[in-house]
Design a binder for this molecule. Structure first.
Ligand SMILES: [Fe+2]
Length: 248
């Protein structure tokens, strides 16, 4: 633009942040089966908001946690079908799919041992989480076993775990073991506190981040998500090689 560029200066400042991420791969949008959306109306309101934000595809991930949310394909897929139908009826073009967020516990290990088919984000990608305070004694073994069974572990929100916030080198170790790492968008706006923001920023600097996920549960998350989109840390991700859009 050169010579004329000064003419566009004020206009340039008004250009909104372009949203390069078209696929969200971590959320709780299926009503009534975990601590996410409570009814169909809330599901549709959340999905509509994501579509307005520029998302083309949502892979929603209900919790599977023993003693808490004993979801299976049989509890997830019929609800998915109902929401998909209502979404299409509403005139939305958004693609909605479902996988799961597996909590690493005895039930999950038994599923692996029994070769039960896991719900995947795409191909062999499986989203897993752990408790927030202590590292499970068998974490490395389980992640390794997943790979042996042909799955690609995608580790949800490492920046939120106290056992990683206090030991960054463990994040590095997990990264180098071939596990894919997913940051929560809201961490970038400080929603989970300063230690999570700091670890998220460090992971971005180190290029340890593969996916960004909203982990949106309810309508009350929309405001902190919006705040995160405006954050410095989020803007740093504009030219970052995220894998989100490979799931389209
Ligand atoms: Fe989640």
């Amino acid at each position: 633009m050169g010579f004329f560029s000064f003419l566009f200066k004020s206009e340039k400042n008004e250009v909104p942040l372009s949203e390069p991420i078209e696929v969200d791969m971590h959320s709780h949008f299926l009503p009534g089966i975990d601590d996410g959306a409570t009814n169909l109306e809330e599901s549709l309101a959340l999905l509509k908001k994501f579509e307005e934000r520029g998302y083309k595809k949502i892979i929603t991930t209900p919790h599977i946690i023993q003693d808490l949310y004993q979801n299976t394909p049989e509890t997830i897929l019929p609800v998915l079908a109902k929401v998909q139908e209502a979404l299409a009826e509403s005139g939305s073009k958004l693609i909605l799919q479902a996988a799961a967020e597996y909590f690493i516990d005895d039930t999950f290990i038994a599923m692996l041992d029994n070769d039960e088919k896991l719900l995947t984000l795409k191909d062999n990608y499986v989203l897993v989480e752990t408790g927030f305070i202590n590292e499970p004694a068998y974490l490395r073994e389980v992640l390794f076993k997943m790979r042996l069974k042909g799955y690609q572990p995608v580790f949800a929100h490492p920046e939120r775990y106290l056992y990683l916030q206090t030991k960054k080198e463990k994040v590095e170790e997990i990264f180098h073991s071939g596990v894919l790492l997913q940051l929560n968008t809201m961490s970038l706006g400080g929603y989970y506190g300063l230690p999570a923001l700091k670890l998220a920023e460090w992971m971005i600097e180190q290029e340890f981040v593969h996916f960004l996920g909203s982990d949106c549960h309810r309508v009350r998350h929309l405001e902190p998500l919006e705040k995160a989109y405006q954050s410095k840390a989020f803007k740093k991700l504009r030219d970052y090689p995220l894998l989100n859009n490979t799931l389209l």
